[in-house]
Ligand binder design. Structure first.
Ligand code: FEO
Ligand code: CA
Ligand code: CA
Length: 643
C-alpha cells in the first residue's frame, strides 16, 4: 500500500473494545519473554488436528509433504530477483507488454509514450494478486489472472505529472484493473501466448454488473445508472481469490483514494475516508465527474467490493458480489465446507479495521461456473472478534439482528453491507493491525492472516495493544491464525499467533520478533500451497526500508515454512529488486513452476518517480524505466518448487 493512502485509511473512531479490555496477561508475558519464555515452539501451542473441511486443495500434492529443501537466500540490497541455488527466475509479463488480444498488440514504448487506448491492451502497472487456471492439465499451459493495483504517474507518462490531462487520467484508468493472459511452457521457458483467445484486460472503465443484497439499493443508484445494478470498472485491486468453480476473485482495496470528497463529509463518507483532497493523488475526477463525490455521492458506494471474473471467457461481464460486504478489501481466500458451502475469508487492510468471513447459503453444485453463478449472492457475512484467552467468535452481520436495526441506521441488508465498517463497529468486532492476505490450510483447517503493521497502535488517541494485536507501535506485523470449532462455517474459533515478525535481536521490545530462521517485517502476501508449504511475501514501505528498525531489511522478500512443524524454521526463498514489494503467487498444477509478482520496483521514498530520472532507484528488469512484472521460477533439475 502506498504511503499516500495512509492518511485516509485510519478512520475507525468507533468505541468498541480493542484496548486493554481484551488483553490477555498470559499472552503478554509470553510476548515479553520473547523466545526464551515462549512455549518452546515457533508456532505456539496450537494443536493441529485433521480438519473436517474438504481436502481438495491438498489432494493433488505430490507425496513430498511439506518438506522444504532449498538453501535460504541471504538478505542483500540488490536490484534483481534473487532465488536459491538451483533455481532460476525469468521475467514473463511486464507492465506494457501486450496482453495478447488478436490484432491489437501494441508494443511497449520505453519512453512511456503509449496512449491510453494502447495501455488498455497492455499489462497494467503494479502487478498484485494472481491465480493460475490450468489448461490441458496445467503442467505446461494455463491462464493467469492478475491484478494491477495502482500506478506511479511519474513512470506512466513521459513527463510524469508535470502537466495533467484527461488522456493521462484515462491512461491511468487503463493501467489499473486485471490482466488475463495465456501462458505456456516452451523449449526456452514459459511465455505469454500472443495472440490468445483468453487474453483480456479489465480496467477502471470495464462494464460490470452489481449483484447480491446491495444491488439496486437506493445508495447504489446514480444519474448514469438509475437502477443501481451496472457500474464501470474496478480499481485498486490488491489481493485475490480463486473459487473451486473456476472463477477469479479480485478485491478493491484503497478505492476511496480515487474520489474527490466534500469540504465537510458526512459520517458515512468520513468513516470510509472521503474528504476534500482525497482524489488529488490520482486526479481522475478532473477528467471524469463520476469520481467527484461532491456531484455524484453514490458512485463512491459502488466500489469496495469483491469482483468475480470468469477467466475463460473474455466476453463475460464481471460481477461485484455485494453479499461479501464492502471494505478496503485485501483478498478473498475461498474454501469449501464438508457439505460444499463456500467460505470466503477477507481481511480489510486499514489501521484498526476488521477480518470478515462469508458463508454461502447453498452448497456448490457440480458443473463449474454455469452451475454456481449465484453461489456468492446468498449467505451470511460475519466479522471477527478475537477474545483474550485464545478464543474468538464470528459476529453475524445480519439486518435486524443485534444492533443492526433501522433505528441504528441500517434500513435493510443492503445498507448493512454498504456500511460494513459501521456495522462491524456496532457489533464490537476486534480492531486489527491492517489485515492483509488470508489463506486456508485444507489439511489442518488452520486459517492464517497477515497483520502487516500498525504504526498508529498505542498513539495517545488510538487503541492500545490487545491480545491479537499485542505490540504498539507495531512496525513489524504478525501472522495470526485460527481454527474453527467444527467445520469452516463454525461461528467460534481458537486462535494464536504463528509468528511475530521482526528481527529477534531488535532492541525495542515492540519491534522484536520471535521468528526462528530468516527474519522479515510487514508480511502481506500469504499462501498455503497445495502440498502445505506456507509462503510469506513482504511489503515494507520504501519510506522505511533500510532504515531504523528496518535497517537490516533493505529489500522486500518471500519466505517459506512448514507451519505444522513445531521446530520448523522460516526460510528466505526470494529477494525482490530495489524498492519493490513482492506480492501475488501461483503455481502450475505440477508444482514445478511458480509465478510471483514484483510490484513497483524502484518505488521512490516519495512514491512518485521523477520522470527526469525514471530509473533512479531501480532499473529492473530491462535496465531502463522500472516495470512491475510477473516472474516465473523453476528448479534447474525440474523438481517441485521449495523442495
Ligand atoms: Fe494492497 Fe494491503 O496491500
Ligand atoms: Ca501491504
Ligand atoms: Ca497487499
Amino acid at each position: 500500500m502506498a504511503k499516500s493512502f495512509s492518511e485516509m485509511e485510519d478512520s475507525n473512531r468507533s468505541a468498541n473494545l480493542s484496548i486493554h479490555e481484551v488483553s490477555d496477561p498470559a499472552r503478554r508475558v509470553w510476548l515479553r519473554g520473547g523466545l526464551a519464555a515462549a512455549t518452546g515452539s515457533l508456532f505456539g501451542p496450537a494443536v493441529l488436528t485433521a480438519c473436517a473441511a474438504t481436502p481438495s486443495a491438498n489432494s493433488a500434492a505430490p507425496a513430498l509433504g511439506r518438506s522444504i529443501g532449498f538453501k535460504g537466500v541471504a538478505m542483500a540490497a540488490t536490484d534483481t530477483v534473487v532465488v536459491p541455488e538451483g533455481y532460476r527466475a525469468q521475467v514473463l509479463y511486464r507492465w506494457g507488454d501486450p496482453v495478447g488480444v488478436a490484432g491489437q498488440m501494441p508494443a511497449f514504448k520505453p519512453d512511456a509514450s503509449n496512449t491510453a487506448a494502447e495501455q488498455a491492451l497492455q499489462a497494467g502497472m503494479h502487478h498484485d494478486g494472481m491465480a493460475f487456471f490450468p489448461l490441458d492439465g496445467g503442467a505446461r499451459r494455463g491462464v493467469l489472472a492478475m491484478n494491477h493495483e495502482y500506478v506511479d504517474d511519474g513512470l506512466l507518462h513521459p513527463d510524469g505529472v508535470k502537466t495533467w490531462s484527461a488522456e493521462k487520467a484515462y491512461k491511468s484508468m487503463a493501467a489499473h484493473g486485471v490482466s488475463v493472459i495465456e501462458v505456456e511452457k516452451t523449449q526456452t521457458g514459459w511465455q505469454t501466448v500472443t495472440p490468445s483467445r483468453y487474453a483480456r484486460r479489465i480496467t477502471a472503465r470495464t462494464p460490470m454488473r452489481i449483484a447480491g443484497p446491495a444491488a439496486g439499493h437506493a445508495m447504489m443508484k446514480t444519474a448514469a445508472d438509475p437502477a443501481g445494478t451496472q457500474v464501470l470498472g474496478t480499481f485498486n485491486n490488491c489481493a485475490n481469490g480463486q473459487t473451486p468453480w473456476g472463477t477469479y476473485l479480485t478485491c478493491e482495496e484503497n478505492w476511496a483514494g480515487y474520489f474527490e470528497g466534500p469540504e465537510q463529509p458526512d459520517a458515512h463518507q468520513k468513516r470510509w475516508g472521503l474528504r476534500k483532497g482525497s482524489g488529488s493523488y490520482f486526479r481522475w475526477h478532473e477528467a471524469d465527474e463520476r469520481f467527484d463525490a461532491t456531484r455524484h455521492p453514490n458512485e463512491f458506494n459502488r466500489f469496495g467490493w469483491v469482483v468475480e471474473i470468469d477467466p475463460m471467457d473474455p466476453t463475460s461481464v464481471p460481477v461485484k458480489r455485494t453479499a461479501l460486504g464492502r471494505a478496503a478489501h485485501e483478498g478473498a481466500a475461498t474454501a469449501l465446507t464438508r457439505s460444499g458451502k463456500a467460505v470466503v475469508y477477507m481481511g480489510e487492510d486499514a489501521r484498526f479495521e476488521y477480518i470478515y468471513k462469508f458463508v454461502s447459503r447453498d452448497a456448490m453444485k457440480p458443473g463449474g461456473l454455469a452451475a454456481n453463478r449465484e453461489l456468492l449472492d446468498h449467505g451470511t457475512l460475519y466479522v471477527a472478534r478475537f477474545d483474550a484467552g485464545g478464543r474468538g467468535v464470528w459476529l453475524p452481520m445480519v439486518h435486524g439482528q443485534g444492533p443492526l436495526t433501522a433505528a441504528a441506521g441500517f434500513a435493510d441488508q443492503g445498507e448493512v453491507l454498504i456500511k460494513s465498517r459501521q456495522a462491524a463497529d456496532a457489533l464490537g468486532a476486534t480492531k486489527m493491525d491492517r489485515p492483509e492476505w488470508t489463506t486456508v490450510d485444507m489439511a489442518t483447517g488452520q486459517v492464517y492472516c497477515t497483520l502487516t503493521n500498525n504504526t498508529d497502535r498505542g498513539k495517545p488517541d488510538r487503541p492500545g495493544p490487545d491480545a491479537a494485536n499485542p505490540r504498539a507501535p507495531n512496525t513489524m506485523g504478525q501472522i495470526i491464525r485460527w481454527k474453527e470449532d467444527g467445520d469452516l462455517d463454525g461461528t467460534a474459533f481458537s486462535w494464536d499467533h504463528l509468528v511475530l515478525a521482526g528481527d529477534p535481536a531488535q532492541e525495542r521490545e515492540g519491534a522484536r520478533g520471535n521468528i526462528r530462521g530468516d527474519y522479515f517485517g510487514s508480511p502481506d502476501g500469504l499462501w498455503v500451497d497445495p502440498r502445505g508449504v506456507l509462503w510469506i511475501q513482504t511489503d515494507a514501505s520504501s519510506s522505511v526500508m533500510g532504515q531504523g528498525e528496518y535497517s537490516r531489511l533493505p529489500n522486500n522478500q518471500m519466505l517459506a515454512c512448514d507451519p505444522t512443524d513445531p521446530k520448523g524454521q522460516i526460510r528466505r526463498f526470494l529477494l525482490g529488486p530495489t524498492g519493490c514489494e513482492v506480492t501475488g503467487i501461483a503455481m502450475a498444477s505440477d508444482l514445478r513452476t511458480m509465478f510471483v509478482n514484483i510490484q513497483h520496483p524502484g518505488e521512490s521514498p516519495s512514491e512518485r518517480s521523477d520522470p527526469a530520472q525514471p530509473s533512479r532507484y531501480s532499473k529492473w528488469p530491462d535496465g531502463g524505466r522500472p516495470r512491475s512484472a510477473t516472474v516465473v521460477i523453476t528448479k534447474l533439475d525440474g523438481g517441485v518448487i521449495g523442495t
